[in-house]
Design a protein around this ligand. Structure first.
Ligand SMILES: [Zn+2]
Ligand SMILES: [Zn+2]
Length: 231
């Protein structure tokens, strides 16, 4: 199956306003993707509308969010059940620094319904760090039956290797996101202890045109290994 599991909707301030749930689902369908996820910064509130949009076009989705930890490391967390999403959102709310968004500077944080109508705006700036460490975040995601993928691990901004200098051996991640296969080789060379993990190449798209083409594929078996169960 062709996938893209790291797409930002218009809820992320840095994303285009036309990154609405239906536009994303339809663009992914047009591009020939089979399975997608929206990972907005520090919020899962766009997920219910996105679920409906994906159902309508007949494309699979899992629930996602890109958390910024107190070390300023980006991690993508994924869930299969809405109830787990809601519980994790409650935890995010408790760990959020209540700094109001200046939308003329950072951008709008638009929340949509299933018809792509803007029904609200996220009040607090979503591109801040939560008051939670990387290890705490991973533990809580696991507690709510989710999986953790360290995001864009070789990027110069907000990656685990940039913020910490390396990937800690005690970090209980479930997968790693890279930009291409060369990056995967580099990560393995620098961290020989990393052998068995799930590798993802996602777009991190902030505009519709950047959503992945059908070029990153994963077998159903690989996906089930990632989840540790039949999905
Ligand atoms: Zn990121
Ligand atoms: Zn991102």
């Amino acid at each position: 199956m062709f996938y893209d599991f790291h797409i930002h909707s218009c809820l992320s301030p840095c994303s285009n306003n036309d990154m609405t749930p239906n536009n994303i689902a339809q663009m992914a369908k047009i591009k020939g993707l089979d399975y997608i996820a929206i990972c907005d910064h520090n919020s899962l509130r766009q997920q219910p509308a996105f679920k409906i949009a994906c159902n309508q076009v007949g494309i699979k989705m899992m629930y996602g969010v890109e958390i910024q930890t107190s070390e300023e490391v980006h991690v993508c967390a994924y869930f299969l059940e809405m109830n787990d999403c809601n519980l994790f959102q409650e935890w995010i709310d408790k760990k959020t620094n209540p700094i109001k968004n200046n939308e003329s500077f950072f951008g709008e944080q638009n929340l949509c319904n299933e018809f792509d109508e803007v029904i609200g705006k996220e009040e607090y700036l979503l591109i801040n760090s939560l008051n939670a460490s990387l290890n705490e975040t991973i533990d809580v995601v696991h507690c709510f039956h989710g999986k953790v993928v360290l995001a864009h691990v070789l990027d110069r901004v907000n990656s685990v290797t940039h913020q910490l200098g390396f990937i800690p051996q005690d970090c209980k991640f479930d997968g790693l996101e890279v930009k291409n296969l060369n990056q995967m080789i580099t990560v393995k060379q620098k961290h020989p202890w990393i052998q068995e993990t799930t590798w993802f190449i996602n777009s991190d798209a902030h505009q519709l045109i950047d959503i992945s083409e059908p070029e990153n594929a994963m077998s159903s078996k690989e996906f089930e290994l990632f989840w540790g169960k039949t999905v």
